[in-house]
Design a binder for this molecule. Structure first.
Ligand SMILES: C[S@@+](CC[C@H](N)C(=O)[O-])C[C@H]1O[C@@H](n2cnc3c(N)ncnc32)[C@H](O)[C@@H]1O
Length: 317
């Protein structure tokens, strides 16, 4: 990576996951700091590294200039001369401003593997960000006992297999004047070389047969079918296998008195009681229903899932 052009990027993510995104960008070799709505990252080839390598980011902006508000017209002119046709976005904060351009072009959560979606799917980037927030690195067994269309389990397998999410895609910055294609190829090759077989089991289950089939198709579309075991089971009967590991689950949302939802949470509670030593993350729409779970969360984050304010409850030994 050394020798690449020093660049600055702003990566956006779901509110609540900024620190996890900054840690991810650091691990990718950039120097990142969490800010509201995402992370600022500096480093060689930062735009390529963030677009190709970040799982938690939804978008990556190339920071092309920052300075006093009064400097915007001159900066626009200078950038238009060197990068004609690139659309600039300006942001002001007090008397300071930035000029940026959308380096990714299309939302990064559209990985291309999700052919089919279930009733309430998570964004791929949110699933990955929550896994990172739990400290999941693929070396531990993984379980999603309410997998729906399989987003979380597929992202867990991709993370465990160190498959860089952007390898099969092209990004807007690659078409910009002055883009150094050889550098981006080098970043692609470096990230591709990290790929491995996931070292620990990735398990997914759901009580709904249609969801199980959907999850299987999605795992196949992502090229991870042989690494994800998907079963039809009630969460109360989920078989975590050898542990301890990491469990991330997105139970159905609903109002407190919805019987079916309450029953789902009871099943989850009885499973969690069988997971001593595991790190468990529960994305809860209504924190009140989470009271039926055993134990107390060690932390609770506010995150947004498709505009719905949720609590992400983390249980750890
Ligand atoms: C909000 S959806 C999960 C969506 C999933 N994260 C995705 O991205 O597609 C909740 C899932 O929990 C499943 N479910 C509800 N109660 C369950 C139970 N007791 N045991 C197993 N699965 C259950 C439902 O069938 C549904 O697929």
């Amino acid at each position: 990576m050394n020798g690449g052009a020093l660049q600055r990027a702003f990566a956006a993510c779901a509110p609540g996951l900024e620190p996890a995104l900054a840690r991810e960008l650091d691990l990718l070799g950039l120097s990142a700091r969490a800010v509201a709505g995402g992370a600022e990252a500096d480093g060689p080839d930062a735009w390529a590294v963030a677009c190709l390598g970040s799982r938690a980011a939804d978008a990556v902006k190339a920071r092309l200039w920052d300075g006093p508000v009064s400097g915007i017209p001159a900066a626009r002119k200078e950038i238009a001369g060197r990068m004609p046709g690139v659309e600039l976005e300006s942001r002001r904060e007090g008397d300071r401003a930035t000029l940026s351009a959308d380096a990714a072009g299309t939302p990064l959560f559209k990985r291309g593997w999700r052919a089919r979606v279930g009733a309430a799917p998570l964004r791929e980037s949110l699933a990955a960000g929550l896994l990172l927030e739990l400290g999941f690195d693929g070396s531990q067994p993984f379980l999603d006992p309410m997998c729906g269309s399989g987003t979380i389990a597929v992202e867990a397998a991709l993370l465990a297999g160190r498959r860089a999410p952007g390898l099969g895609r092209n990004f807007a910055f690659e078409g910009w004047p002055g883009h150094d294609a050889a550098r981006t190829t080098e970043v692609r090759e470096r990230l591709a070389a990290l790929s491995r077989d996931p070292p620990a089991a990735v398990l997914a289950s759901d009580r709904n047969g249609g969801a199980v089939r959907l999850a299987g198709k999605n795992a196949e579309a992502a090229g991870m079918a042989r690494f994800v075991r998907i079963e039809r089971r009630d969460a109360a009967d989920a078989a975590p296998g050898s542990g301890p590991g990491v469990c991330l689950v997105n139970p159905p949302y609903g109002i407190r008195l919805d019987r079916e939802v309450e029953e789902s949470w009871r099943s989850l509670g009885s499973l969690l009681a069988r997971l001593p030593g595991w790190t468990v993350g529960v994305l809860a729409g209504d924190p009140a229903v989470a009271r039926s779970l055993p134990g107390k969360p060690v932390r609770a984050l506010e995150v947004q899932n498709g505009g719905i304010r949720c609590r992400f409850l983390v249980y750890a030994p």
